[in-house]
Ligand binder design. Structure first.
Ligand code: 4AZ
Length: 249
């Protein structure tokens, strides 16, 4: 189990990302959006588009002199496309298209997307990152300024629906969503992490498997985090990623 520099804080769900762990391969981990294409980022559709100012390559959210750091880049948003099937708990995914192509560097890299998540189930090398709350019980404290990360596992939907059924509800996880975490609740995303990526390393390449969407609290036993299943939206993503604006008229 990987721990960041403050990993002794066992009561917290996530630990800070340290820059030396930020080793890029095919795809890099970013939050609350991830680069899937030269001009396109993935996020959650329940994020308010008017909040958006795209800043890539960031680890700390409290840095004022962002433009003094060589690896950080800012981009204007061309448009934000919300999935047509989006509703509460379904297809919670949005494509943020940028006005200009991203210039990649050591810390800003595109992430890969596969048309199936099957191969990532039960693998130990999946991670979620974000600047959201570090515990359901710490919501009155400001969340960490440093990007947080935690290693978790992908559950299949049959298992996840079984867990959510206990003790009274019905299975509520559709195929457009995927669950991840730990059945004992020791690791999870939390409020404010929404829109960020759930990524898995396979043979040295990073793949985006999920987008942080919702949960029942954070870090509760038998209540894994619920993520948008990115692979289920593969064709939608592929159809819409582009760098050029549609011609007027
Ligand atoms: C949220 O409200 C949220 N435990 C995101 C993830 C989880 C819970 C809440 C998962 O943004």
């Amino acid at each position: 189990f990987h721990r960041g520099p403050f990993g002794h804080q066992k009561d917290l769900l996530t630990t800070p990302v340290s820059p030396h762990q930020w080793a890029p391969s095919c795809g890099q981990v970013a939050s609350p959006a991830s680069t899937v294409h030269d001009c396109s980022l993935l996020s959650a559709s329940h994020r308010d588009p008017s909040e958006w100012m795209v800043q890539l390559g960031e680890l700390a959210s409290n840095v004022v002199f962002w433009n003094l750091r060589a690896y950080v880049n800012r981009y204007r948003v061309r448009d934000i496309l919300v999935h047509p099937h989006f509703s509460e708990g379904f297809s919670d995914i949005a494509l943020v298209r940028l006005a200009s192509p991203v210039s990649y560097n050591k810390y800003i890299q595109p992430i890969c997307v596969l048309s199936s998540t099957f191969m990532f189930e039960h693998r130990p090398d999946c991670w979620v990152t974000g600047w959201g709350d570090i515990s359901e019980n710490y919501t009155l404290l400001p969340p960490s300024y440093n990007l947080q990360e935690v290693q978790l596992t992908i559950l299949n939907n049959t298992r996840c629906n079984y867990l959510f059924k206990q003790p009274f509800s019905r299975g509520i996880i559709p195929d457009s969503m995927v669950c991840a975490g730990a059945e004992d609740g020791s690791v999870d995303a939390c409020k404010g992490d929404s829109g960020g990526p759930l990524v898995c390393d396979k043979d040295g390449l990073w793949y985006q498997v999920g987008v942080v969407s919702w949960g029942v609290g954070c870090g509760r036993p038998n209540r894994p985090g619920v993520y948008t299943n990115v692979s289920q939206h593969f064709n939608w993503i592929r159809m819409l990623i582009s760098c050029s604006s549609p011609k007027p008229g």
